[in-house]
Write a protein that binds this ligand. Structure first.
Ligand SMILES: Cc1cc2nc3c(=O)[nH]c(=O)nc-3n(C[C@H](O)[C@H](O)[C@H](O)COP(=O)(O)OP(=O)(O)OC[C@H]3O[C@@H](n4cnc5c(N)ncnc54)[C@H](O)[C@@H]3O)c2cc1C
Length: 477
């Protein structure tokens, strides 16, 4: 094949697809390789993290970045954002202090206002004065006596529905309701795939595993890299490594030594009885990795709920977090985790871990006892650059000329990374002058809601999940 592509992107996760879309918006051609049969098919995501309120331990600076990047991504993919709020609580047994969380929230309200002052379209989390609301014991007692609202609209209505189900005597007060939204990966994947299929600026190659890359930068061939797949060799000028937790594999072939962590995690799909009104996402904080690590209950349509529990017998795994060592850039999981990643889960394992997850919720929501396994877990491995497992905002690095390595920790960093790559290409004169301050999204905007609905449903079912997981609890028209 003689065509030379400006950019070769390895990996069609959220980072790779957003990079390809941003390049296409600037009329820069790329070829995008994804080994699976559809894009955004790696580790899952379900929280937008607009403010980092699920992480009591991270710095205000990380929370700000998460908020800014989340808003940017939500503006690109509005049909993937589930606008239901999040209930944030601290069990009385836990060390965290509500005061500290509130202090951070107050700073975030001011920061959110500055983002809106910069661009009114950033107001995707509603009015800053409503970003969060606190509820003390008296408020909760009163709301518990109010009627359930089938489709809650106000913070009080959401809290009313939630508090009727929760044993709040176990929780410190005040309890917080914050406009932290859900994020639907099937819908994001569908919108991205449909947009990429429409543009002549991206050659999307699904079902295509990149086997190796060859560095020909010093050979004056008119291109810098050869990308080898089973059937072809492709020539590209600029290489983007967005292979997720496998990023180190190509670093190694380039003799680049980098420190990174990779982490295997899972979230569980449960089905509950119908309840009379929608509830927010429920968060019960707890120290990660201890037997009382954070519990998260994420509502989906048709009585499906996703559960994370930050303990070793629910979301986390023994030896699930591994570090690069012995001058190797690619960390390796043990046999058990590798088997899960490559061949899926045993039924016994699904049952045991989903039931553990359900039990962790029952501690705070007693009637959740009637929930049962609703489908296979959402699972996968993700990368964390460096050696700090608490890092929540990873970005991109440029270890050598014509090479970008994306290592996002949260899906919200994907647009920042794409723009950084384009700026770097400009600096390296790989592309001629373009106005990067213009944030266009014509390709994504051209995809209809109906098409997103349909492909998202197909992706969920194809991957073995209930169709309901492809829909939003708060549908957007
Ligand atoms: C259980 C769990 C829950 C999570 N929840 C959230 C959340 O709520 N919110 C959030 O923001 N983040 C969440 N994350 C993190 C989020 O999933 C990742 O940050 C994000 O998916 C990383 O995107 P990526 O594009 O960098 O990598 P990936 O999504 O891993 O994409 C890499 C892609 O590269 C492909 N690939 C790899 N090697 C090759 C090759 N040789 N040839 C071709 N293709 C290749 C893979 O198939 C994959 O599709 C969660 C992670 C886990 C594990």
């Amino acid at each position: 094949m003689s065509e030379i592509y400006s950019v070769g992107i390895i990996g069609g996760g959220v980072s790779g697809v957003v990079s390809a879309l941003q390049l296409a918006e600037h009329n820069i051609d790329s070829i995008l390789f994804e080994q699976e049969n559809s894009v955004v098919n790696g580790p899952p995501f379900c929280h937008l993290h607009a403010g980092g309120n699920l992480y009591p331990d991270i710095s205000y600076e990380q929370c700000k970045l998460l908020m800014k990047q989340s808003i940017e991504m939500a503006r690109l993919f509005p049909q993937s954002i589930d606008e239901r709020p999040t209930f944030i609580s601290i069990p009385k047994t836990e060390k965290y202090e509500v005061d500290k969380i509130e202090q951070r929230l107050n700073l975030l309200v001011d920061y959110y206002q500055t983002l809106i002052d910069e661009d009114p379209e950033n107001a995707i989390l509603g009015d800053p004065k409503d970003y969060y609301k606190t509820y003390n014991n008296d408020d909760l007692q009163f709301l518990a006596t109010q009627p359930t609202v089938k489709h809650p609209k106000t913070a009080d209505e959401w809290m009313t529905n939630a508090i009727k189900l929760i044993d709040y005597t176990k929780l410190k007060t005040p309890i917080i309701l914050v406009q932290e939204y859900g994020w639907n990966l099937f819908r994001l994947g569908a919108q991205a795939q449909l947009a990429l299929n429409k543009t002549e600026y991206c050659n999307l190659k699904t079902n295509t595993d990149v086997l190796s890359i060859t560095d020909v930068r010093d050979q004056n061939l008119g291109y810098n890299w050869k990308i080898q797949t089973k059937d072809n060799t492709y020539k590209v000028n600029y290489l983007v490594n967005s292979c997720g937790f496998k990023t180190g594999k190509f670093d190694e072939s380039l003799h680049l030594t980098t420190e990174r962590l990779i982490e295997f995690k899972a979230a569980y799909v449960s089905k509950w009885q119908p309840i009379p009104g929608l509830i927010p996402e429920l968060i019960f904080h707890g120290e990660r990795g201890t037997p009382h690590g954070m519990v998260q209950l994420t509502p989906y349509c048709d009585d499906y709920y996703q559960i994370h529990g930050m303990t070793n017998d629910i979301t986390l795994f023994e030896n699930g977090l591994v570090q690069s060592k012995d001058n190797k850039s690619q960390p390796e999981f043990n046999e058990g985790i590798t088997k899960k990643l490559n061949h899926g889960w045993d039924n016994d394992d699904i049952k045991t871990r989903t039931e553990n997850a359900i039990d962790s919720v029952v501690k705070f929501v007693p009637s959740f006892e009637s929930a049962s396994v609703g489908g296979p877990p959402l699972f996968g491995a993700q990368q964390i650059p460096g050696d700090d497992p608490n890092l929540r905002v990873g970005e991109v690095s440029f270890p050598c000329k014509s090479y970008a390595r994306s290592e996002i920790v949260k899906a919200s960093s994907a647009l920042t990374v794409a723009n950084q790559i384009i700026n770097r290409m400009l600096e390296e004169s790989v592309v001629s002058k373009i106005d990067t301050s213009l944030q266009q999204k014509t390709l994504l905007d051209a995809v209809s809601k109906n098409d997103i609905d349909e492909l998202a449903r197909e992706l969920a079912v194809q991957r073995g999940y209930p169709e309901a997981l492809s829909r939003l609890v708060i549908e957007k028209y």
